[in-house]
Design a protein around this ligand. Structure first.
Ligand code: DGJ
Length: 328
């Protein structure tokens, strides 16, 4: 019996140290990513849910002709809101298309998820108490004046997700967003607010379906967006971009000892050629893949042909509290 237990422990240790993550060293994406049917992965502003040994990638479906919204002072390029796609993988390299996780609706201008609206930056977490998968997503009008956080649920990871509705957390605008589930099971919504001038972090209800009254303002007047939050050795790291529409700019990161802050700002985590444009990309998610090792996921937008936008996935390391993303 002792031998069996020993063999099991040895197998489990080997699997955990070399199995699940053995594909990760050297994993990077620089441009197009293809699914197992050899179609380009269409999942922008993406996030990843890791559940029962499987990675689920959720992202915006960008399809169709790009057009520019008239009378906007900034380059508001758009495609019809295509909803949210889902892909699954056990090794982060081979992605199987699972279908449309959240379908948009057609010809219903009153709906948040009408194809004429904006549906961006989905993030999914699992609620162990309700046994529901919960998707938070930025929903907006085509001129980004609506600025709300939408929520959808499913009993299965890949969906289909049922859209519940949207909210301005505590009356505040919510644009680019992410969701973070902490080790204690509490979850938080992090979003660009106050006309993108300030970011906010808001604690979610136990079922993850509602913002609570507990929220903090962070990166005040710093004009940051594209938040990606991760935890390392008890500290919280928030990578963000500047606000330059679809054009790339330099990322920065901020660190806190509590998820609600206060966050201290540091510089650009990217180093080497291209660092000042985040290697021509914009952050969307940081996935833990090993001790002090993460996968930095970002979008390389093609603003005049959004369907052609592709991806940058690079290793992100934390060394003595310093974040580093290299493009080699
Ligand atoms: C920057 C945001 O990060 C994107 O998600 C998108 O909303 C574009 N702006 C629109 O220009």
């Amino acid at each position: 019996m002792k031998h069996i237990i020993f063999a099991f422990i040895l197998f489990a240790t080997l699997f955990l140290t070399t199995g699940a993550f053995s594909q990760v060293p050297g994993l990077s994406v620089n441009g197009k990513l293809y699914d197992t049917n050899k179609n380009p992965v269409n999942a922008h502003g993406a996030g990843i849910l890791y559940y029962n040994g499987v990675y689920y990638l959720f992202g915006e479906i960008k399809k169709g002709k790009t057009w520019r919204v008239p009378k906007q002072s900034w380059e508001d390029y758009r495609v019809p809101a295509g909803g949210i796609s889902c892909y699954s993988s056990t090794d982060l390299r081979n992605w199987k298309y699972e279908g449309v996780a959240l379908s948009p609706v057609k010809n219903d201008p009153k709906s948040d998820i009408d194809t004429g609206k904006v549906i961006e930056r989905p993030k999914v977490i699992y609620n162990t108490k309700t046994k529901q998968f919960v998707m938070w997503v930025h929903v907006d009008a085509k001129d980004y004046s609506y600025s709300q956080a939408g929520v959808a649920v499913s009993k299965t990871p890949a969906g289909p997700y049922k859209y519940i509705g949207s909210v301005k957390p505590n009356g505040n605008m919510a644009r680019d967003m992410t969701v973070f589930k902490d080790d204690d099971g509490k979850a938080y919504l992090i979003y660009s607010s106050e006309q993108n001038n300030t970011m906010q972090v808001c604690s979610l209800s136990d079922d993850y379906l509602h913002p609570t009254k507990t929220y903090k303002r962070l990166l005040i007047n710093r004009r940051r967006e594209a938040p990606a939050l991760f935890k390392n050795r008890g500290k919280y790291y928030l990578v963000t971009s500047s606000c330059t529409g679809w054009s790339p700019n330099a990322a920065t990161y901020a660190v806190a000892t509590h998820v609600l802050g206060p966050y201290k700002e540091y510089g650009n985590p990217c180093t080497g050629p291209g660092a000042n444009t985040t290697f021509q990309s914009q952050s969307t998610y940081v996935l833990p893949v090993g001790k002090n090792t993460y996968l930095f996921m970002a979008d390389r937008w093609d603003k005049t042909d959004l369907e052609k936008s592709d991806y940058i996935w690079l290793p992100l390391k934390v060394n003595n509290g310093k974040v580093e993303i290299k493009n080699n």
